[in-house]
Every structure is written in C-alpha cells, then in structure tokens.
Design a protein. Structure first.
Length: 241
C-alpha cells in the first residue's frame, strides 16, 4: 500500500525526531551526574586514585582496627580505636599482645613521638612502637607514608560486587600488595611475600574499610581490617601533660 504524498514529510520528520532522541539518550547515558565519565566506565585504578585524594584531603578520620588469625604467642597489635590527623597524629587505645598477654593500652602519637600507658606503668611514657611489634599509629594517617599510599600501589585491582556497609552502598576493589609496601606502612610482615588487599569505597570515594591478609607472623595467615569513618571531624591531639 502506497503512503500518500502529503504524509511523507510528516513521517520523515518523525523519523528524524526519533533518531535524535535515541542519540541524545545514548550520549547522556555515558555521562555521570557531574557530566563526567560514569561509574560503568571507571577503572579500579581510577577509583583507588580518587579514594586516595579523598583520604589525603580529609583533616581527620576515625579508625577501628580488628584482626583475625594472629598467633597466640605473637607480639603485636590485635585491635584498637582512635582518631588520627594528617599532622600526623593519633589518640586512642590499642589492644596489644606481648608473649601471649593481652592488654588495652592508651596511646598518643604526635610530633614524631609515641606515648603509651602500659599496665605496669602509673602514667603515660614515651615508647618505641617497634619494640612491641607495632607501627607508629600517627604514621598511618600520613599522606606520604600512611595507609592512603597503599591504594595506588595495589596490583591487579579488580571490582567486586557492590555491597551495603551500614547506611553506605560501597564498591569493593580487590587486589594484592607487595610485602615491601605493606611492611613500610605497618612495620610488621614479610617484605618478600604478597598480601591480599580488599577495599570498600563509598559513592563519595571515602574508603570505608581496608582489609589486608597474609603472613604477618611467620607462616601464619592473619587478617587486619581497618574501618575508617568520620572524615573531617574536628580532632585536637596534644602530647600528654
């Protein structure tokens, strides 16, 4: 059946409009809400780089540290909680294990010094953290020596499935880290082996958790999980009086 001549221009115009709408929709789908690349086109390396920038710009963070698989006779840190700044500085409490004995130890670290109150001491005194199998907790928040430096050093990063972490929907990034990079930050571990790394990153590129798994103590496989939140809250850390 032939199309009447009078309707042909109308049909052609409708076809052009439909094609234009399809092209516009396709172009818009390639852009995020800010006009840049969408999350679908973002690489794991780019997400880790963006997360480092957010960590480095935050004036402070709250840290909760937990562990699994630490040998009973190992000397080191099992967990802890506190606040850190890019001074760098830290104030909180660490759960330490020394020759099988566990204790909660109040700690203040700032100005390159670390103070702790061990159970046998009546007050806080300066210590050398490496003597207790622990890093200087303030250094963890340093922008050039701390936790954020591990993000771009992660090897073969790959996206995992999105998941919910409390009120956040986080993107999971999995990869590995060289033992040299891990020990340079945590001071514990074996520089000659690799460690598994997993990160949970929010939509605003805040690292919510960092999980490191590997041989921190001889041949035992242990896991340390660092939860980070309260980015940019006011924190005042001073040496103990």
């Amino acid at each position: 059946m032939r199309t009447p001549r009078a309707t042909r221009p109308v049909a052609a115009a409708l076809a052009v409009l439909a094609l234009s709408a399809a092209c516009s929709s396709g172009a818009d789908s390639k852009k995020g809400t800010d006009g840049g690349s969408s999350a679908a086109s973002e690489t794991p390396q780019q997400r880790l780089a963006a997360a480092k920038q957010v960590m480095d710009k935050a004036s402070s963070m709250h840290l909760v540290l937990t562990s699994q698989g630490v040998p009973a006779k190992a000397s080191g840190v099992l967990g802890g909680e506190g606040d850190g700044t890019h001074a760098p500085a830290f104030k909180g409490s660490l759960k330490a294990q020394l020759a099988g004995i566990q204790a909660d130890v109040p700690v203040v670290a700032t100005g390159g010094k670390v103070w702790a109150k061990l159970p046998i001491w009546p007050d806080m005194r300066t210590i050398k953290p490496s003597d207790y199998g622990a890093p200087d907790p303030a250094v963890l928040f340093s922008t050039d020596k701390g936790l954020s430096t591990l993000l771009p050093k992660t090897q073969n990063p790959a996206f995992g499935a999105d998941k919910r972490a409390g009120s956040d929907v986080v993107k999971v990034v999995n990869g590995t880290l060289s033992g040299q990079d891990v020990t340079s930050v945590l001071t514990i571990g074996d520089p000659s082996v690799q460690y598994k790394a997993a990160y949970e990153i929010t939509q605003s590129n805040e690292v919510r958790t960092m999980t490191l798994t590997g041989q921190f103590y001889n041949d035992a496989t242990s896991t340390y999980t660092l939860k980070l939140d309260k980015y940019g809250e006011t924190v005042d850390i001073k040496p103990p009086a």
